[in-house]
Design a protein around this ligand. Structure first.
Ligand code: C2O
Ligand code: CU
Ligand code: CU
Length: 456
């Protein structure tokens, strides 16, 4: 159920939200503790999932299953709205190999950003039967963004929000502001960047190291060890291994932070704005644990060298090109009254030279054909590219004439593209129908940085 709720977040004020779920309290034992995230959908490969969606909002909506290989007519395309008051059932079967960390959110053209910043988004986990990390204790960090006006209201986007994507003054983890986390055992973390536009350069303030074991579409072949930071662009997810303190050592406290990342936000006239300051996500206490045999609490665990096989998709037999561009018409932007759905006039975000048009097919693919897509960013700011319907593999990234092969194979559905950069991905669609691809800064998506892919 997508419906309005109100919560007291700033003392003495009420913030009206739109949330998934009939009740504000989440199920006991649910790893998602805050109310400002939809309920966790926790399923397994092979499951057939049926979800009844009731739209109690004053706007059309639909649910998109971000990253999941569901049939096009079940995937919450903008062309399949559920009108206010209406109900529909989403039904899909999760194939073998689809284990991963996904999420769900609305996708109505020109209203996606608003529905997400009002609170509509939730996590999905698909589990594999042969998950080598199945025994590890899991922690979920579903990171969202909240921008409140002084009276507690969720204010509409202003011009700068539309231009650069909306970033609030609050980064929330599982709907809570800067929660406390106690790590007393080695843990597997799943982290979602479910914000409209905030980049998460994840790091611990004490510089401690962690491992990455998974991306959007599940486990890597082998752990990436000794990381001190990991960048998650809007829409991306990761699986990490975070370790308890060594036996006998003192507990230490640190902060999980989204460090400064310069995504080259545009300024109103010309040039760029300084990056956002670092933002604390959670206070983390690393306790030292001692293994007590028989107590059922294993503290330290060995991570397997080999997690799973990620096979290459093979030689591409077709090529596709996606070019991000933008155009700012300052005169039109400042003409009063020129707006559409509260979106400013004069700001164009484009793919292959045009803004999204529901009547137009941008690219065509053949079912089962391996394709090489080059995604080129001809703007002055970062844009995260996202493709529906399948996971892809990044092959190489080219910047200033230097192509760097991707050092490891991984399944992803979202990849950041820096200004001037070209990212090449291998991908294959397995079902006929319409798929979307777009920038996952949701304001840019709404302003037209989206295309339709027709799979025949
Ligand atoms: Cu998460 Cu088309 O989006
Ligand atoms: Cu998606
Ligand atoms: Cu963008």
């Amino acid at each position: 159920v997508a419906q309005p709720h109100a919560l007291e977040l700033l003392p003495g004020t009420q913030t009206p939200f739109w949330l998934y779920g009939d009740a504000l309290s989440t199920a006991p034992g649910s790893p998602i503790d805050g109310p400002i995230a939809g309920p966790l959908i926790d399923v397994r490969e092979g499951d057939t999932v049926e979800i009844v969606f009731i739209n109690r909002l004053p706007q059309p909506s639909m649910i998109h299953w971000h990253g999941m290989p569901v049939p096009p007519e079940q995937d919450g395309n903008p062309s399949n709205p559920v009108e206010p008051g209406a109900t529909r059932v989403y039904r899909f079967t999760l194939p073998r190999g689809s284990a991963g960390t996904y999420w769900y959110h609305p996708h109505p053209h020109m209203l996606t950003a608003e529905q997400v910043y009002r609170g509509l988004a939730g996590p999905v986990i698909v589990r594999a039967a042969d998950d080598p990390l199945a025994e590890w204790p899991e922690r979920h960090l579903f990171v969202t963004d909240l921008k409140l006006a002084a009276d507690g209201a969720i204010a509409p986007n202003d011009m700068m929000d539309w231009m650069n994507g909306r970033e609030g003054q609050f980064a929330l983890v599982n709907g809570a502001r800067r929660p406390r986390i106690a790590v007393a055992r080695d843990e597997r973390w799943r982290v979602w960047n479910a914000g409209s536009a905030r980049y998460l350069r994840l790091m611990f303030d004490d510089g401690r190291r962690f491992e990455q074991v998974g991306t959007d579409g599940g486990l890597l072949e082998r752990p990436r060890r000794d990381l001190t930071e990991l960048l998650l662009a809007p829409g991306e997810r990761a699986e990490l291994i975070v370790r308890a303190a060594a036996d006998g050592s003192a507990s230490t406290r640190t902060v999980l932070t989204a460090g400064v990342y310069d995504r080259r936000k545009m300024a109103m006239m010309h040039g760029s704005l300084p990056p956002e300051p670092a933002c604390a996500l959670a206070d983390v206490e690393f306790a030292s644990g001692v293994d007590t045999p028989g107590a059922g609490t294993q503290v330290h665990r060995a991570l397997p060298q080999h997690l799973r096989t990620v096979a290459s998709l093979g030689e591409p037999t077709a090529h596709k090109s996606v070019v991000f561009s933008e155009k700012m018409d300052m005169a039109a932007m400042h003409r009063p009254g020129a707006s559409n759905h509260g979106m400013p006039a004069g700001m164009s975000f484009m793919i292959n030279g045009a803004s999204y048009d529901p009547a137009r097919v941008t690219l065509t693919s053949r079912r089962g054909e391996v394709e090489l897509w080059s995604i080129e960013n001809r703007t002055d700011m970062d844009h995260p590219f996202h493709l529906h319907g399948t996971q892809f593999q990044v092959i190489e990234r080219e910047l200033e004439g230097v192509a760097t092969p991707e050092p490891f194979l991984a399944w992803r559905d979202t990849v950041n593209v820096q200004p001037g950069e070209t990212v090449r991905i291998a991908t294959m669609q397995s079902m006929r129908g319409e798929r979307m691809f777009h920038c996952h800064i949701l304001e840019h998506e709404d302003l037209g940085m989206m295309g339709a892919l027709k799979v025949t």
